[in-house]
Ligand binder design. Sequence first.
Ligand code: AMP
Length: 428
Amino acid sequence: MITTIENSSFKSLNLHPSIQKALEETGYNQPTPIQSEAIPSLLKGRDLLGCAQTGTGKTAAFALPILHNLYINKIKIQPRHVRALILTPTRELAIQVHESFTQYGKHLRIKTAVVFGGVGQNPQIRATAQGVDVLVATPGRLLDLIGQGFIRLNQLEVFVLDEADRMLDMGFVHDIKKILKLLPAKRHNLFFSATMPPEIEKLASSILSNPVKVEVTPVSSTAELIEQSVMFVEKENKRPLLKEVLLNKDLKKVIVFTRTKHGANKVVEFLGKNNITAEAIHGNKSQSARQRALENFRNGLTRVLIATDIAARGIDVDEISHVINFDLPNVSEDYVHRIGRTARAGRSGSAISFCDAEEKAFLKDIEKLIGKSITPIENHSFHSKAVVDSRLLTKGKAKAIIEAREKPTNNFRSRNFNKKKTQPKKAE
Ligand code: AMP
């Protein structure tokens, strides 16, 4: 089970009985820390700044009081209008958040809809035509539909920005600002982000008014629940190493992270040739292909899912036994997000990272963020002492080398020359 607060109950939060009934049916007995901290203030209509990532129960923390307030103050919605808007960075997260609203609100007469890009817009236009209480949306498609006059936000009561840091990473800042301009000045605002760098704080303060702040599981402490190890390996041996690691059947449900979409496809192909069924989800796949791959993974048909950071964001699959970082991310927070896919809901989980010579710079940074060193594992066929002994590069240099390797350009020659200079031990 997810970490909940003992001796605390949803009853004491005074949520509408129909919501409590839905929670019982869902199997939630006690609120999680973010739920018991956020719900009372949200029921009173206070703005909220939540520093929390997925896995903490944050969706219910905002969905439950929103449903309660909308239901208690039920009004007749005008066609095309929306009462509560939840903006999410990815389609997968939008679908999940919408499912949560549907589940928790199943005994209320509350109309919900979800809109996102990559699929036809007509069903979404039909779903919102009569107006909805709750709309979950990704920014691009929402602006499209608003631009065509199918959705109106000028009577909005509640605005939620979910995973704000990821929104900014994905370049949605202008879309968000456009959407904000369309909202009425008086509204209830909720803002969630896993990390709070200065630009996120600035955006939050431009949206929120006198917010309550709720912070749970700071990024560095989540990692402590997960058994973490690192395998030092030459870049060209990563695929055979992955095959070897996957031969261990204790790895029951595995997400493998690669840096690029191309890399993800190549890993799927390699594993396929070695009779290990794997599927990839990333931005180049159609929405239906991603959904199908996710469903196969969820119900155990596929044991190994290969993902890039963006595609994996917000994926809510329980019982992931292992996360493998085929490539280490150069943004340390991404490491924490990735490994947060396992050990969900209080279960145990492991994260194994493959680290080549250049990636040692990223490893160092990650260890700094999580405040501990990651245990090296040497008893595998591809352990490389040369990688262990290789010179530690600066992060910038390491990133430049890796990017040059992935995208050979006209000046590849000179970059390659650099690489040879800084990495004499690495045979290409
Ligand atoms: P979230 O952080 O919103 O992605 O939620 C993480 C997981 O915890 C989801 O699978 C939820 O269904 C589950 N969850 C949320 N709240 C509770 C609760 N109070 N008790 C048990 N499970 C919960």
